[in-house]
Design a protein around this ligand. Structure first.
Ligand SMILES: Nc1ncnc2c1ncn2[C@@H]1O[C@H](COP(=O)(O)OP(=O)(O)OP(=O)(O)O)[C@@H](O)[C@H]1O
Length: 259
């Protein structure tokens, strides 16, 4: 278990329900700064709901969340972005009619120093600021090998490439914590391998802490430092990949013999 002093993120007794449906029940775990933590579990286990709690989309009825030393009863979605939490979505949330470059540039919006009025009138700090943001966006595009598609309209790209653009947009925000909801879903083996490489690069070279949801256990075991397993909204295991892999509760949940 991660030491509290090094935890970037800590969830303590988080519960979320929708009407009578309990999506998450009393979940606690910590994510150390600099680690890659995988959230795994069968469909409907509560994984996406948990990401939605971390970035403030869902309000937990119980529990607290600690991020970067500050405790929250609930995270505000706007604050989450400003505090350095970026997110990608299971079903892609890109601007489909815009170019790859403009999508990645949108990830820089939080870092703009000029006001909306200065940007509209192209006065004051706007020109300098725009040049800086564009340069940063270009760097992310290069880092994720997206130059061949820089000017392509996102909606025309393959699903795998769109997933990579979404990762690029999230990284353009320079997050401290990156939440990835099934970043490799729908990809072939080669694409998954490439995506895992980009996530590892961001983690190793940019120091980004990652929490990701992934169904491919091979990918999870190869990529993560820490695995949290959910089943029916409850945490059933939490540890290093090798510990979790042999946990009888985890095997039972995946083989469907627990319920
Ligand atoms: N906004 C919502 N309104 C009502 N019920 C919800 C909502 N979000 C999630 N749920 C319910 O909470 C439970 C957990 O769903 P969640 O999407 O978090 O699971 P998951 O582990 O991410 O599943 P999957 O792997 O299929 O994406 C499910 O029963 C789901 O129907």
């Amino acid at each position: 278990m991660t030491q509290a002093s090094t935890a970037l993120l800590a969830l303590d007794g988080i519960s979320v329900s929708f009407g009578g449906v309990k999506a998450i029940t009393d979940i606690s775990f910590e994510v150390a700064a600099g680690e890659i933590c995988a959230l795994i579990g069968p469909n409907g286990a509560g994984k996406s709901s948990l990401l939605n709690v971390i970035n403030g989309v869902y309000r937990p009825q119980h529990g607290t969340l600690r991020f970067d030393g500050h405790a929250y009863r609930r995270m505000d979605a706007h604050d989450a972005a400003h505090r350095g939490i970026a997110r990608t979505f299971q079903n892609l949330a890109l601007f489909r009619r815009m170019s790859v470059f403009d999508n990645v540039l949108a990830g820089r919006n939080l870092h703009r120093r000029s006001t909306w009025l200065e940007q509209t009138l192209h006065v004051g700090r706007a020109a300098r600021d725009e040049a800086l943001q564009r340069e940063r966006a270009e760097r992310v595009i290069e880092a994720l090998d997206l130059q061949p598609w820089r000017d392509s309209v996102v909606g025309t790209l393959s699903y795998g490439l769109q997933k990579r653009v979404e990762l690029a947009r999230a990284l353009a925000a320079e997050p401290r914590l990156l939440l990835l909801d099934e970043p490799m879903a729908g990809m072939n083996t080669e694409e998954k391998h490439a995506m895992a490489g980009y996530v590892l690069d961001a983690n190793e070279h940019l120091g980004v802490t990652v929490v990701l949801i992934e169904h491919d256990i091979g990918v999870v075991m190869g990529l993560s430092d820490h695995v949290v397993v959910l089943d029916y909204g409850k945490k059933i295991a939490d540890g290093r990949p090798n510990e979790v892999r042999t946990n009888p509760d985890v095997l039972a949940a995946y083989l469907g013999t627990r319920h």
